[in-house]
Structure formats: C-alpha cells, structure tokens
Design a protein around this ligand. Structure first.
Ligand SMILES: [Zn+2]
Length: 89
C-alpha cells in the first residue's frame, strides 16, 4: 500500500517536470547567457587559426632558434622553432 502511494507521488513529480519544461521558454534566455560566455575564451580562436598550425608551446619557456629569447610559444620556420618576433608572417 505504501509502495503504491510512493509510485503515484513519483509519477506526479514527473508530470510537474514536463510542465516546467514547457514553461521553460524563459529558460532560453539563460541559454543565451551561457553562449555569451564562450567568446570570452579567446584561446579556442587561436587554436582554430589555420595560419598557426605549426607552433610549439613550452610552459616553462624555450629559447628561440634565431634570437635565443626564451618564450613560451614558438613557431616552426625552416625546420627551426622561432619566437613570434623572428617568425616571418
Ligand atoms: Zn626570436
């Protein structure tokens, strides 16, 4: 008997959830705000950039093959890893 009552309560709760989903049109605004957060991560933009497909990133920094300056990010040029200043864009 008690179990039957629990099942009914569970089913009722499910119906209420569906109702909230329909009235969730306002929730669409929340989704818009989430999308606005994506552009803040400009890192993804750099990764997609086809002009810099051959670059190496060293968290501790590495010396440029041309000027010897220690930089975190170097690009491949003539089989050498050079810094952004030495890279011929
Ligand atoms: Zn350099």
């Amino acid at each position: 008997m008690v179990e039957d009552a629990s099942l009914e309560d569970f089913l009722d709760a499910g119906d209420e959830s569906e109702d909230e989903g329909e009235s969730g049109t306002a929730a669409g605004d929340d989704t818009a705000e989430t999308e606005s957060d994506v552009p803040d991560t400009g890192v993804s933009t750099d990764a997609v950039d086809p002009a810099v497909t051959t670059y190496a990133w060293s968290p501790e920094g590495a010396a440029c093959a041309e000027c010897g300056e220690v930089v975190e990010r170097r690009w491949t040029q003539d089989s050498l890893l050079v810094c952004g200043a030495c890279k011929s864009w």
